[in-house]
Design a protein around this ligand. Structure first.
Ligand code: ADP
Ligand code: TYD
Length: 209
């Protein structure tokens, strides 16, 4: 019986992750797979706390925020009802909108990246994505896309920060190139072209398992 995949989407805010996740889900389903899509920060208690901080309802130090994400991720993986491990065991292909590479990139801008990697060590040991898909987009275009759909912006959503996060993503992708399987795709292109490239890479993995 073929192994069902665990795929993480990565990228700066507005890079097109949700759009591509929906299209990839359809492609998987057309190929006969059951798909479970999920996201971080989660909708569980720690994820809700994080969203309150992002929406300026509550305050916390950058180190606290990084640690909250590490805790939220453990619950995302281990939750008995619908955690990633549980859903994979039930036979679902699991696609998540963000996973630990997001932590390395977003928090690595504010605190030492090696500490962030350490904080997430248990998660990486529990489950590594079969594929991380990084949608690379010009931060100026990302900001334009974000502003279109929103009246207010969250904590990390400034152009200056998005540029730093993009640079940090490239730094950590280089650092982790022997540990993580990462596909980088040019997200500045039309939706359909990006989706085709992603599906080609995924089909290739499916052919080999
Ligand atoms: P994310 O989940 O990474 O924040 P979304 O998928 O929600 O990104 O996309 C942000 C906005 O940009 C949405 O309005 C979406 O329709 C639009 N969008 C996504 N991908 C593209 C693309 N390749 N070209 C143009 N607009 C896009
Ligand atoms: P998300 O809801 O995915 O925003 P978007 O759809 O705009 O990409 O993520 C919310 C914010 O959380 C986003 O700015 C990235 C940030 N984030 C971290 O700072 N650390 C993390 O570990 C994760 C998963 C997300």
């Amino acid at each position: 019986m073929a192994k069902n995949l665990f795929i993480a989407f990565e990228g700066i805010d507005g890079s097109g992750k949700s759009t591509q996740i929906n299209l990839l889900k359809k492609n998987f389903e057309n190929a006969g797979h059951n798909v479970y899509t999920t996201f971080e920060p989660t909708d569980k208690p720690i994820g809700k706390l994080i969203r309150d901080i992002f929406n300026h309802k509550s305050n916390a130090d950058q180190r606290t925020i990084a640690a909250l994400f590490a805790a939220d991720r453990l619950e995302h993986i281990l939750n008995k009802e619908n955690g990633i491990i549980k859903m994979l065991k039930e036979g679902f292909t699991v696609i998540t909108d963000r996973f630990y590479l997001s932590s390395y990139a977003y928090h690595g801008v504010h605190v030492p990246v090696d500490w962030v990697i350490q904080c997430n060590m248990l998660s990486a040991e529990l489950i590594r994505p079969d594929l991380n898909i990084f949608i690379d987009i010009d931060p100026e275009l990302g900001m334009k896309r974000l502003k279109k759909g929103r009246n207010s912006l969250e904590m990390f959503e400034t152009l200056e920060n998005q540029k730093k996060v993009r640079d940090k993503y490239f730094e950590i992708m280089e650092k982790l190139k022997f540990q993580e399987k990462i596909f980088v795709t040019d997200g500045n292109r039309p939706v359909e072209l990006i989706a085709e490239d992603i599906w080609k890479v995924v089909e290739n993995i499916l052919d080999r398992i």
